[in-house]
Design a protein around this ligand. Sequence first.
Ligand code: NAP
Length: 311
Amino acid sequence: MSSHRKVLIIGGGPAGLTAALYAARANLAPLVIEGLQPGGQLTITTEVENFPGFPHGIQGPELIDNLHQQVERFGTEFVMGSVQSVDLSRRPFTLDVDGETLTTDSLIIATGATARLLGIPGEDKLMGYGVSACATCDGFFFKGKEICVIGGGDSAMEEACFLTNFASKVTLIHRREAFRASPIMVEKARNNPKIEFALNEIPLAFVGDAAQGGLEGVELKHAVSGAVHVLKLDGAFVAIGHVPNTALFKGVLEMDETGYLLCQGRTTATNVPGVFAAGDVADSRYRQAISAAGTGCMAALDAQHFLDHNS
Ligand code: NAP
């Protein structure tokens, strides 16, 4: 494997893979560095019903698998590993991938985002002992149990519905009365007889002991009355959104106040010429698989244009 590339892509979700597809078909022989969770968030989701072209929906992992096969057909190479550091101060750019040095003329960042946690007492020590941030990974462990999902967005609605496949009862806990989730997702959850809503409830702490049976419940404070009580539960799923994976680029690439990469105008160009951003890492607004794939395409075309004018 050559250690120098014209295009190097960090991230193997829909953004990174679509960027690779376009770059490979432009004869740029891209290398994709897939992180520790190849395929990104789609690999921990279930049915994807809103990716165009699949009239009956498709499972997230299958969609990624299809994309992978499509990209490999055009000669993309993959490396599984973590980027430890990047030097974007001069071209070619330099990356340390688990101790190996790679250089590239252009870089596409498609590192995505990871689940946000509540940061309340008990969350860390009970993670894996009744508290989870991944319904598709851990739902199976809660067969016949009473659990909750915390959040009021599409993720929370989707996870609550999915978890009714296992749990006897799912309480959806949300800190407000209004939902960020789309009305169709809320309706689906509301129509599910196993789901109960606990609104205006702010989670204060997870209660229980990891060494002695794990989670026992969630301490909640009512946003209006201020009343505090513990809701007894066997499991709790945190579904309160995501944070962009941009730690590697702090102080180098321009970001908004929450860490999402900023692009120039309607392009994927970052503030460093030759470095492009695609997918959730630069999108705090839409965050859809299809928009990630779309910006992946844009990033590859932007990189191609850059290389045409800077080689
Ligand atoms: P989101 O839309 O940002 O919603 C996060 C939810 O968590 C909000 O309801 C928020 O409450 C709540 N929250 C945040 N911090 C909290 C805290 N500290 N304590 C209690 N609650 C907290 O995130 P998401 O649901 O992960 O969705 C992200 C994007 O992916 C969206 O664009 C969504 O449409 C998309 N998505 C789509 C699908 C689908 O179409 N099938 C499925 C999943 C996700 P507030 O509302 O009070 O801020």
